[in-house]
Design a protein around this ligand. Structure first.
Ligand code: CA
Ligand code: CA
Ligand code: CA
Ligand code: CA
Length: 252
């Protein structure tokens, strides 16, 4: 009788561990009830899933993350200005790439997250796995955006086609790369040529005449080309080095 009563007591206590009301955020377990699911705290933000205010500054992890502040720093430091692990990638970008903001080399491949992203590699996957590179060209703004996994990493001024020779709008891919292409039509060099899947249209550095004269250095930001997308000196070399054949190019 006594044993049975104790057994019932034990079962009653044990039941608490199984039937305590669960705490959820967006349908996922949230141990510290800060509205950031445990999974996200562990895999994206690297905050403490058992402490609603990881850095103890009286602002919850949820509030800090959603207002763009670092949940790891008690000072009012923005995620974009914070680089906790000093790997060259801000905490804001670490969230976008799901890399570890508290570890310089997330995937342990010997390269820091910052240098991997700058070179177009995925900081989480290791083994030379590349991020998805694409280019967006805004004709109205005369800009070219270089995107990594759909996020704008760099933006440069361009000069696209003038009204009589407009740059075509649409979705294209990079078909070929030529260090220094020659235009037979116009008799000039087009350094760092990225040929698009639109006949005769490419992205390249400001063109150079055989005399050495470089055309249109003051034209970036103004549509004066024959249809191609002209980039400045440093930006053309950068885009050429970071963009492979097959990359998607959207012109709008
Ligand atoms: Ca939480
Ligand atoms: Ca906090
Ligand atoms: Ca990192
Ligand atoms: Ca790495």
């Amino acid at each position: 009788m006594l044993i049975n009563r104790n057994l019932i007591k034990v079962l009653f206590i044990a039941s608490w561990f199984f039937f305590v009301p669960s705490v959820w955020a967006n349908g996922l377990p949230d141990a510290d009830r800060d509205a950031v699911p445990d999974k996200d705290e562990m895999e994206i933000y690297y905050t403490d899933p058992y402490n609603a205010d990881t850095d103890g500054d009286s602002y919850s992890d949820f509030d800090e993350i959603n207002t763009g502040f670092s949940p790891h720093n008690p000072a009012a430091v923005k995620l974009i200005d914070s680089d906790l692990d000093m790997d060259g990638l801000s905490d804001a970008w670490e969230i976008k790439f799901k890399s570890n903001p508290t570890k310089a080399d997330s995937d342990g491949d010997g390269f820091n997250d910052g240098e991997e992203v700058e070179a177009g590699f995925d900081p989480v996957k290791g083994d030379g796995y590349k991020l998805d590179v694409s280019l967006n060209i805004n004709l109205a703004k005369q800009t070219l955006d270089y995107l990594l996994n759909g996020f704008v990493w760099r933006s440069f001024p361009v000069s696209t086609g003038k009204a009589s020779t407009p740059t075509p709008r649409g979705t294209f891919v990079v078909l070929n790369k030529i260090d220094r292409a020659w235009s037979r039509t116009y008799g000039l060099w087009m350094p760092y040529w990225l040929g698009l899947s639109s006949p005769g249209i490419g992205i390249h550095e400001l063109p150079v005449w055989p005399s050495g004269y470089r055309e249109g250095e003051n034209h970036l930001g103004t549509p004066v080309s024959h249809g191609c997308i002209r980039l400045g000196l440093d930006s053309a070399a950068y885009i050429y080095a970071h963009t492979e054949r097959g990359a998607k190019v959207i012109i709008y």
